[in-house]
Design a protein around this ligand. Structure first.
Ligand code: HEC
Length: 147
């Protein structure tokens, strides 16, 4: 190997090290930023609740909101629904079928309803179901983090 080649190889190694080091720094910075954000907003959603937010956003959010006071567009507000009495969002026009019910939305009742809304509340205006048990468990876990 000529001296020139050795010098070129050394330069290449130095260049690689320069490229690699900002990546390492970026990763460290990202971690710090996340920790700061978590401290501000409270604990981040973990496990099933995080998965449930995804289910909610893709399957429920088109009709339901979880923002207090935002009201229902097509369906009633679902923030705080776990532990709430059925059909009690003020100002939402529930179906007769739903108004005739008097149960609480326990995790168990939500699971039965979401598996087959028409079976649990025949005549309900909610047109979709969640056939996968894992999706139901996740979305219920997510809803129980809302107030
Ligand atoms: C296409 C619109 C639509 C979608 C999508 C939808 N819903 Fe609904 N949902 C409704 C409507 C409309 C009602 C009111 C039903 C009635 O009055 O019979 C309702 C009612 C409910 C209720 C009863 C609330 C109460 O106050 O008693 C729950 C719980 C619920 N939905 C959960 C969900 C979940 C969880 C998802 C996603 C997996 C979902 N819904 C997806 C339209 C929808």
């Amino acid at each position: 190997m000529s001296l020139r080649r050795i010098a070129a190889a050394a330069l290449a190694v130095a260049a690689l090290a320069t490229i690699a080091s900002p990546v390492v720094n970026a990763a460290t910075t990202t971690k710090k930023t996340t920790t700061a954000a978590t401290a501000k907003k409270g604990p981040a959603l973990a496990g099933p609740a995080a998965a449930g937010k995804k289910v909610f956003d893709t399957q429920c959010g088109i009709c339901h909101s979880v923002a207090p006071g935002e009201g229902g567009v097509i369906g009633p507000e679902l923030n705080g629904v776990v532990g709430r009495k059925v059909a009690t969002v003020a100002g939402f026009a529930y179906s007769k079928a739903m108004k005739a019910k008097s149960h609480m939305w326990t995790a168990g009742n939500l699971d039965i309803y979401l598996a087959d809304p028409q079976k649990f509340v025949p005549g309900t205006a909610m047109p979709i179901n969640l056939p996968a048990a894992a999706d139901r468990t996740a979305v219920i876990a997510y809803l129980s983090t809302t107030k």
